[in-house]
Design a protein around this ligand. Structure first.
Ligand code: PMP
Length: 338
């Protein structure tokens, strides 16, 4: 084994850098820092849960060699699992909602995984939903394991055991506020659970998306009124088991358009290439910073890479077709061509 080398790609997960934002924060007194989870080898924070959960599932005898991993995924968890499966010799079937970008579907197929696409706008207990289809597949395919990142508590334990300690070691606890977008709740719950054991004064703020019911449920207990939205990876129409609302102190809710414009601004102004949910998290951090009476240091998770969204957020035609930008965005290019 060569000195300094990682033993395999799974060993290369983690220790992602934390970077200060310098331009999109203009006019805000607080300092905002982002942890670039897109620098994980599979391109997202979900690489972490893929390996951690599967190591435990195998140790617990839930899947025998050569078996099939089944998961409902917005794409990133699928890549994390597929990467682990490639190294360890397992098959994968991923069940995705039809709103996810074509890049994510193609990524998973490139790993050799089978991908089943289901309708987005059906209730979770509808037999066509990606939750129901995943469960049914796991029941019918022998030697298969349904990961279920929503209710499998090894998801949040990944972040209690790895991401939380990593952040504390990197920063020595030199920040006041921790913020992350919320999907399964694993990232925010796990990291916050660990950090609060070391940093009793830490405030943790969840970033939810308009149309999701998570922040509303946390504030009022009301789970009704879910609407569809376009940002991928955050927001839910139910409350997964991975949430522990005791470690989430406050909430900010952001919209699709501002999230996408921020993802583009992060690339153009800071050179930081994150996806829509990273844009949401930074918009949330700016909104939260504006409510503070005194400047704080805020650490924000950027879950995945913008290159998963080249057909959407980083495609002017798509952005225009959705009404997120107008045609004046193209004027400069047209002028240059004359
Ligand atoms: N952003 C993206 C792009 C994601 O794929 C996910 C995972 N669903 C999240 C944010 C939210 O992370 P978590 O599920 O741990 O709450």
């Amino acid at each position: 084994m060569m000195t300094g080398a990682k033993k395999d790609i799974i060993d290369a997960i983690g220790w992602t850098p934390i970077v200060k934002l310098n331009k999109v924060t203009t006019g805000v007194d607080s300092e905002i820092y982002v942890k670039l989870e897109y620098m994980n080898p599979g391109g997202s924070s979900k690489d972490r849960i893929g390996g951690f959960i599967m190591d435990r599932a195998i140790a617990a005898g839930k899947l025998k060699p050569g078996g099939t991993i089944i998961e409902g995924t917005s794409g990133n968890t699928g890549v994390g699992l597929a990467m682990w499966a490639a190294v360890h010799g397992y098959k994968c079937i991923f069940v995705m909602a039809d709103k996810q970008s074509v890049e994510k579907v193609n990524n998973l197929k490139s790993f050799g995984a089978k991908v089943v696409v289901c309708p987005t706008d059906v209730e979770p207990d509808d037999p066509r939903s990606y939750y129901s289809v995943s469960k049914r597949l796991a029941e019918t395919i022998p030697n298969s394991y349904y990961v279920n990142q929503y209710d499998n508590l090894w998801n949040r334990e990944t972040h209690i055991a790895t991401t939380g300690p990593e952040i504390f070691e990197q920063t020595k606890g030199d920040f006041d506020v921790f913020m992350a977008g919320v999907g399964t709740g694993g990232t925010i719950t796990g990291i916050s659970t660990y950090l609060k054991t070391k940093m009793p004064k830490l405030t943790t703020v969840g970033v939810d998306v308009e149309g999701s019911i998570v922040a509303q449920f946390a504030r009022t207990g009301d789970m009704s009124g879910a609407r569809s939205y376009v940002v991928e990876g955050i927001g839910e129409d139910f409350i997964p088991e991975n949430y522990d609302f005791k470690v989430i102190d406050d909430w900010v809710v952001v919209g699709d358009k501002e999230s996408f414009l921020m993802a583009r601004a992060l690339l153009k102004q800071e050179g930081i290439y994150t996806g829509g949910s990273g844009g949401s998290a930074v918009v949330g951090a700016l909104k939260y910073a504006k409510t503070l009476k005194e400047p704080k240091k805020i650490l924000v998770i950027l879950p995945d890479s913008g290159n998963r969204y080249t057909s959407k957020i980083f495609n002017d035609e798509w952005m225009m077709s959705k009404g997120y930008i107008d045609s004046s965005f193209n004027v400069i290019i047209k002028d240059l061509l004359v």
